[in-house]
Design a protein around this ligand. Structure first.
Ligand code: AMP
Length: 468
């Protein structure tokens, strides 16, 4: 009791103290020289903040990725963002957009040339070799989520820093693995509520491609006048890339181009047929796409991309992948180490999810910035003692596996209950000074407004009953 009286007597003093510095400040402000505001900074071009309102789409995507990867027994692997630049030049290849134009390459302090990873596969292959994973049971299946960097022209769905969900299977050449990977990518999108379309092709072995390329270059030379400037250069540098150019003139010029599928060896053809048979078995719809070649040098045989079903155009793949049987040997594997994998673009998937939620978009910026999480229960408090008790009761609930919403910095019950409604809470747990003393809390049904008082020791059991 005396403590209470003391606190009450102190109130006016507190008020006085609060007022004093404000006056002093306004006086000194007059005399002080005007202070320039500090320089403010924007994020770099093509680099996006994932704001709390978008964070839930990011986490949803991450959780779906983890679920599918763990279900198929893939182990999580995290490789460094920075690798030797040469690793990517060797694997992705000179003449590709990624290496020639988009890679962030710079000299490290010791003079060595390093690069921010533009994709996952090369780093994972490097990791497989340097950790002797060849000695583990084969194949080695790994998944990753992380940032990639490409100095591309930014636009909706294309950034200079972005994330991918990536899966790789290293150490086997089996069509069933390609089908498993395609199924995982397809199911991952389906789990997120995205119906996708798989476009698929085979680009055969290096020999098949060499023979085909001679034929293709001959054809492209006859159509040179119709090609865009970039594709004119590509005829000699990287003719396969002409196949997936989006320029209308190039598309038209390609209508009668020879198709790579006709140049496949029997082994590659049989392999591809098997992949398609497995996809049929899985009831995965696919579209055979002869112009699909993918942009990187290391691919062989199966290549595929996934698009939102019904969306025209080939600019906006949600992800893609393929087999890369020769890559590991090209960076030091002592024996043939065939492999296959895919990468899904997380930002593009988030954009698709946001569109599905009919949120207003402006190039990926959601107007809803606060990102309030959804909670069935909300913990409201009134007064300092109640706030202290609420802190420990919320933590006890968290430890028992019940997450409740709260806004402990807010004093007004009205504001707190409004927040509870925004979080979609069905019930609020309310504690004030009286409840602290009684060892109770009030449980309020947010729809009916009906309240009941329960013992603090019984909160968990009570909430569990409501959850049923
Ligand atoms: P890729 O590694 O080029 O096959 O890309 C796989 C997926 O990553 C694409 O289908 C996109 O969804 C995503 N992606 C690639 N580049 C970017 C980028 N610059 N910005 C955002 N997402 C990207």
């Amino acid at each position: 009791m005396p403590a209470k009286k003391k606190a009450a007597a102190k109130k006016p003093v507190k008020k006085a103290i609060k007022k004093a510095p404000a006056k002093a400040a306004s006086k000194s402000k007059k005399d002080a020289p005007e202070k320039k505001p500090a320089k403010s900074y924007q994020s770099l071009r093509g680099m996006k903040d994932i704001l709390p309102g978008q964070g839930k789409y990011f986490m949803k995507t991450f959780d779906a990725a983890r679920n599918v990867a763990e279900a198929y027994c893939y182990g999580y692997l995290e490789t460094p963002v920075l690798e030797a630049a040469q690793l990517y030049v060797k694997t992705i290849g000179r003449g590709t957009d990624v290496v020639d134009k988009e890679m962030y390459t710079f000299e490290d302090r010791d003079g060595s040339k390093v690069a921010l990873r533009p994709e996952f596969t090369a780093g994972i292959a490097r990791s497989y070799i340097s950790h002797g994973m060849l000695n583990q049971p084969q194949p080695v299946k790994v998944w990753s989520v992380g940032q990639l960097f490409r100095h591309d022209r930014p636009q909706a769905g294309r950034y200079r820093q972005f994330h991918q969900f990536n899966c790789e299977v290293i150490g086997t050449r089996d069509p069933v693995i390609d089908a498993e990977l395609i199924n995982m990518a397809y199911s991952f999108l389906k789990d997120l509520g995205i119906q996708s379309e798989v476009r698929i092709n085979s680009i055969g072995s290096a020999d098949d491609r060499q023979n085909y390329t001679i034929e293709l270059v001959g054809y492209l030379r006859t159509k040179r006048a119709y090609l865009c400037d970039l594709c004119k250069k590509r005829i000699n540098k990287n003719p396969l890339r002409v196949l997936d150019c989006k320029e209308p003139g190039c598309q038209e010029a390609l209508e009668e181009a020879p198709q790579i599928i006709e140049w496949l060896s029997t082994a590659s053809k049989d392999f591809f047929m098997k992949v398609l048979e497995y996809l049929d078995e899985l009831h995965i719809p696919y579209v055979l796409t002869p112009t699909l070649v993918r942009g990187l040098d290391y691919y062989s045989d199966t290549v595929f991309e996934l698009f939102v079903e019904g969306e025209e155009g080939s600019q906006s793949a949600l992800g893609g992948g393929g087999r890369y049987d020769a890559l590991l040997e090209s960076i030091g594997a002592r024996e043939p180490t065939p492999a296959s994998g895919f990468a899904m673009g997380i930002e593009r998937i988030m954009l698709t999810l946001q569109k599905m939620d009919k949120k207003e978009l402006l190039d990926g910026q959601v107007l809803e910035l606060s990102g309030l999480p959804e909670r069935q229960f909300y913990f409201a408090q009134l007064g300092e003692q109640a706030r202290r008790k609420a802190l420990s009761l919320i933590e006890e609930l968290r430890q028992s596996g019940i997450m409740v919403g709260s806004s402990l910095s807010k004093g007004s019950l009205k504001t707190q209950l409004e927040t509870a409604n925004k979080m979609g809470a069905t019930h609020s747990i309310i504690i004030g000074q009286k409840e602290v003393q009684d060892g109770t809390v009030i449980i309020r049904d947010m729809d009916s407004g009906i309240q009941e008082i329960i013992d603090q020791k019984k909160i968990e059991a009570h909430l569990r009953k409501i959850m049923k």
